[in-house]
Ligand binder design. Structure first.
Ligand SMILES: Cc1cc2nc3c(=O)[nH]c(=O)nc-3n(C[C@H](O)[C@H](O)[C@H](O)COP(=O)(O)OP(=O)(O)OC[C@H]3O[C@@H](n4cnc5c(N)ncnc54)[C@H](O)[C@@H]3O)c2cc1C
Length: 417
């Protein structure tokens, strides 16, 4: 590529003839020495989508996806494993299509550290990967809760073995027992998810374990989303909802949650701990907003506001957009487009729009939904909710339950297929 001129280079990136594109000679010579290399850490809804779309939109760059697990289990729909409407196999994905159809190089390994000045990362096996641009999308990390042993008290907030453990505990619960769950203060992964779980479990218990009770201990002052839908369902199922119940500690053997609203003994205890950005973000100096829990980024490109050439996506980012898979997929496309433009010496698209959508099962055959659009606000440099875009189901229904699977099929395909 040494003899490429600027126009030829832009053409190879598939971005030629964009008026006003400016490529400096240093950028051109760096890029001309080798194909630009983008490394993506984390193959969830954010990272897998970014890796796929970078290659879908350009044959002129190399993309490496570093993911610690061979199989990804979708947290979306995983509450339906608890009431036996889905099994984990139906929620599992691998990275073969990304590799074979899109030419993403997939490395199954954990990324250990980032050397930002050298533009390289080191994997757990000692391998070093150089990058022109790095995308970090490791999801969430749970914060410590005194006394909590997740092998005994599952969170089931990352899907997989934890989901199976919670499902088995609920299945083994005695009739007349008490299912207690805790919800951390916002922001946390999937705003409606905990309330959805309480509904699904309460619905299942009332037919399968008569006389059982569900107690929801919420660190928030009120139900954070869809309060009417969830409030009505709680009333219908007899769920005891306790607001302002901040978790202080757990007795993992006795299954007791100690909170600011008192202590609660459970037959099955489900603690969803407070969350922060994934470890790679926090230990690399990228978590610079939200009290050091999340990564500050420029929402035009998702490039870190702390360290250049590193982009953070999905639940780890701190733009104020919800921590959810549908919008993580949208953020990933904004980021992939911006990286291709930046590699070609252009500026990112100036008016990105993202969309969030959540379907929440309320029983084994009804669901509600919630959606919102976010648009870039030039004055503040942030993504802002477009008020007129906000929509929510008036009431749960079987029609929405069936549409939920159409929606997830689309999202899963757009991410992994
Ligand atoms: C019960 C439940 C219901 C939900 N329902 C919805 C819904 O209806 N709609 C919606 O939009 N969202 C929903 N969500 C939220 C959604 O699942 C998450 O927001 C989404 O998974 C975030 O995507 P992510 O890519 O940021 O993180 P993740 O999906 O967690 O992916 C991160 C990946 O990074 C990998 N990784 C981490 N660290 C490293 C490392 N150092 N090296 C290599 N790999 C690493 C992990 O193994 C993982 O595969 C729900 C969540 C739950 C728990």
């Amino acid at each position: 590529m040494a003899n490429l001129n600027r126009r030829q280079f832009l053409q190879t990136l598939g971005l030629a003839s964009a008026a006003g594109a400016t490529l400096t000679f240093s950028q051109l010579s760096k890029a001309a020495n080798a194909r630009p290399h983008v490394v993506v850490v984390g193959g969830g809804f954010a990272g897998a989508t970014a890796a796929k779309y970078l290659r879908y939109w350009s044959n002129a760059i190399d993309v490496t996806l570093v993911e610690g697990n061979a199989t990804y289990y979708s947290p979306i729909l995983s509450n339906l494993v608890l009431n036996n409407q889905r099994n984990l196999g139906q929620l599992s994905f691998n990275y073969n299509t990304l590799a074979q159809k899109y030419g993403v190089k997939v490395i199954q390994e954990w990324a250990d550290s980032i050397n930002a000045p050298n533009q390289s990362i080191t994997l757990r096996n000692g391998a070093v990967l150089n990058y022109d641009r790095l995308i970090v999308a490791p999801g969430i990390q749970f914060m410590d809760v005194q006394g909590l042993d997740s092998n005994k008290i599952p969170h089931a907030w990352q899907a997989g073995a934890q989901t199976t453990l919670l499902q088995q505990q609920i299945a083994a619960m005695p009739a007349g027992g008490t299912f207690v769950m805790t919800i951390p203060a916002a922001p946390y992964r999937c705003p409606p998810g905990p309330y959805e779980r309480a509904c699904v479990v309460a619905d299942w218990l009332r037919t399968n374990k008569p006389g059982s009770k569900v107690v929801v201990l919420d660190a928030n002052p009120a139900i954070t989303v869809e309060p009417t839908i969830f409030g009505n369902a709680f009333a219908q199922y007899g769920v005891q909802y306790v607001p302002n119940a901040t978790l202080q500690s757990v007795d993992s053997d006795q299954k007791i949650a100690y909170t600011s609203a008192g202590e609660f003994k459970a037959s099955v205890l489900n603690v969803i701990p407070p969350q922060r950005a994934g470890d790679l973000v926090t230990k690399s100096g990228l978590a610079n907003v939200g009290g050091g829990r999340w990564a500050g980024v420029n929402p035009l490109s998702y490039e870190s506001t702390a360290v250049p050439n590193i982009h953070i996506l999905g639940d780890s980012q701190g733009t104020g957009q919800p921590k959810a898979g549908h919008i993580a997929n949208a953020e990933a496309k904004v980021c992939a487009d911006a990286i291709l433009r930046l590699l070609a010496g252009q500026q990112p698209y100036a008016a990105p729009v993202t969309n969030s959508a959540c379907y929440s099962p309320i029983s084994s055959d009804t669901a509600s939904w919630l959606t919102a659009v976010y648009a870039y606000d030039l004055a503040s440099g942030t993504m802002k909710l477009v008020p007129e875009s906000f929509g929510a189901a008036a009431a749960p229904s079987n029609k929405y339950y069936n549409r939920m699977f159409d929606w997830t099929t689309n999202l899963f395909n757009d991410t992994f297929a």
